[in-house]
Design a protein around this ligand. Sequence first.
Ligand code: NAD
Length: 411
Amino acid sequence: MKAFEAVRHYFDTAANYLDLHDDIRGLLLTPKREVQVQIPAKLDDGRIVSFLGYRVQHNNSRGPMKGGLRFHPAVDLDDVRSLATLMTWKTAVVDIPYGGAKGGVAIDPRAHSRTEIESVTRSFIDQIHDVVGPVTDIPAPDMGTGAEEMAWIRNQWEKYHGFNPACITGKPVEHYGAVGREEATGRGVGILIVKMLGRLGRKANETRVAIQGFGNVGIHAAKYLHEADFKVVAVSNVGGGFYNADGLNIPEMLTYNFENGNTIEGYEKATKITNAELLELDVELLVPAAIGGVITKENAPRVTASLIVEAANGPVDPGADEILEKNGAIVLPDILANAGGVTVSYFEWVQNLQHYSWGLNRVRQELEQVLARAFEEVWQASREYEVPLRTAAYILAIKRVKRATELAGFS
Ligand code: NAD
């Protein structure tokens, strides 16, 4: 199933509980603006190539649009549209004053030098600078991008519009970034897992965890869960995974990853497994934290974890979701599970607008408050409507976006 079709399916399932009229469904699902641009770039060897870049701005009824920029070879318009739509529901679930957007470039960052990536990033901003900015649409990091790209983007955007660090979030701390932004998505995943375990009456030290993806999100989730006494038995990256039934030495793997240029490939103190095997391991908690569409109706019957926390965007497709539910598994949906990142991006934007910096403790405390409140609201909605957490989260989000749209009027 295509990514946008999956989001539409989840939207419709929730909208049915709200008796939402077809006209409103159409209005809430159609992006406000979709931009596709050609990005010409000169490679280090002198060749001129062009890449395709996208920015989809889905909805701004609750505030400026917000969403990451992804650099990955599989990026296309359908993918970016689905991710932009998810951002609208995500910002509404955690109730921060934003709409939703997303962008991306179809490029494999690992196949290019940093000079080439810088040139592509700046050239992309040359094409879209007039449709993004602090009060319209604020990009941030996503898969394949990080603080360095955000610094280039700020610098390039300011060449056209003047000083305004609130034009982008996820910047280096030295460039008006927020302390705690880098860890925020993975930390948020950890915070929500602890809340969910509390509600289910389960214990961290009796919970074995497998995490797919050892990038920004996976690393910080692994660190948080390890420190909270969970037994992290498997982690992976694009090249495959590592397993130890007694629990991996996460601090050692973090050091290994850091010392080996952001990869765990070649790690020798655990059994090598494939990404497919990781998803089907005998564990209590599975955290897909890499790409979308990894749990499908083909492999879902073999997933034994009773808790699945969608740290990545869209890792469980609708066919799989049904199977997991029938098997009694609980899925914490992406629009809540990975909302820690956009929440701290919001804190960064607030600090930039006020020209005032918060300390790490304040960032962490306020993150915990936002996520704890959102988790409780989703949990209660799930009881009230007698639906899984995903449908409950969509119900809350759709209600908020619909209300804001109606209050603004339609003319
Ligand atoms: P990242 O680029 O830092 O790391 C991605 C990880 O996934 C790497 O370990 C990579 O090796 C692995 N990977 C890539 N392709 C894979 C494949 N085919 N199979 C298995 N592993 C693969 O990205 P990230 O920022 O950690 O983002 C991961 C996911 O979390 C994405 O779905 C992203 O949309 C979502 N997300 C990220 C943020 C954020 O703040 N970075 C916020 C919300 C959601």
